[in-house]
Design a binder for this molecule. Structure first.
Ligand SMILES: NC(=O)c1ccc[n+]([C@@H]2O[C@H](COP(=O)([O-])OP(=O)(O)OC[C@H]3O[C@@H](n4cnc5c(N)ncnc54)[C@H](OP(=O)(O)O)[C@@H]3O)[C@@H](O)[C@H]2O)c1
Length: 288
């Protein structure tokens, strides 16, 4: 049967690359609250994930072979909505996917880890320290208990080199306003290139359909948020200047200091997850 992939969150940052990449794996239908904000070249449908009946209607109408559930509400956008989208809508999608025999790939987050027990394995037990992390973990657990054949992909800071990521855009705006910018030089992450994450999600949706449970999909390179921030600022030609200082994150309450993850499962499948330096070097050699 040819692949037909339904992507939620089809207007989000990840989707700007996931949608075009997914078209290389099959027919693609994208959903967001407004169909017109879905990235091309997907077929676009409006779907409010806070409406459980609408979720069922859309999935029954589209009848995809796989769903990549990438929609989420980020911190700062309302706690009730966060629980509704990140947890309850994920459970509804799993119910309908289970009933119709659809492969489900849930895009989860390293935010389920507190940062006190790195490195985290693919099957590490999450211990979230904030509401966003709690809601993503609740979504994961609901999905995996309703549809144990699904996979929850725990990922890290997503960046691309063709569209500025939210974090770096925030830095640009702060600096433009003349405000000081502090970057944490002891808070560790493994940022993931949006293209490699997108391919991993598509392969899990269409090729590695027997992979179940949780798996980490993060970039190969461990770096501090400061080093990552400065690398992205350089890529986007954002002048750091004297307004940028490097500080420790250790004094910040709830800071997830060390989210290093191992990606044994992804590696065993031959999924490549280049680190930031490698991605930037490749980009540089392609453009010069
Ligand atoms: N970005 C990162 O660095 C990062 C890191 C770790 C994990 N993740 C995970 O990766 C996934 C993609 O992240 P992203 O950065 O692409 O997210 P994003 O840019 O914030 O996009 C969120 C998406 O969710 C959709 N959405 C929100 N509320 C909705 C609702 N009620 N009904 C329907 N759609 C709704 C939005 O669509 P509309 O608002 O247009 O309706 C948008 O398409 C998420 O699951 C996130 O948790 C992201």
């Amino acid at each position: 049967m040819p692949n037909k992939i339904l992507i939620t969150g089809a207007s989000g940052y990840l989707a700007h690359r996931l949608i075009p990449i997914a078209t290389g794996y099959g027919e693609v239908v994208g959903t967001a609250r407004k169909a017109e904000s879905v990235y091309q070249p997907a077929d676009a449908l409006s779907l409010d994930l806070l409406d459980a009946d609408a979720i069922k209607r859309v999935v029954e109408k589209v009848r995809p072979t796989a769903i990549i559930h990438a929609a989420a509400i980020n911190p700062g956008c309302g706690d009730e909505m966060m629980v509704g989208v990140n947890h309850h809508a994920s459970a509804t999608l799993a119910e309908v996917a289970s009933r119709l025999g659809i492969r489900l790939v849930f895009v989860s987050s390293e935010s389920g880890y507190s940062g006190n027990a790195a490195p985290y394995s693919d099957h590490a037990i999450p211990d979230p320290s904030n509401l966003y992390g709690t809601s993503k973990v609740a979504g994961e657990q609901a999905v995996l208990s309703i549809l144990p054949e699904s996979v929850a992909v725990r990922t890290s800071l997503i960046y691309g080199l063709d569209k500025i990521d939210r974090g770096t855009q925030g830095f640009r705006e702060r600096l433009k306003r003349g405000e000081p910018l502090t970057l944490f030089d002891d808070v560790l992450r493994q940022p993931v290139w949006v293209d490699s994450l997108s391919h991993a999600l598509c392969r899990l949706a269409t090729e590695f359909t027997d992979i179940t449970g949780t798996m980490n999909v993060v970039g190969d390179e461990v770096m501090s948020r400061a080093v990552f921030g400065l690398a992205m600022m350089k890529h986007w030609c954002i002048e750091a200047g004297d307004n940028v200082s490097l500080v420790s994150g250790a004094e910040i309450k709830g800071m997830q200091m060390d989210l290093r993850c191992s990606c044994e499962r992804a590696k065993a499948l031959g999924i490549t997850l280049p680190g930031v330096s490698e991605v930037l070097a490749l980009h540089h050699s392609d453009t010069h």
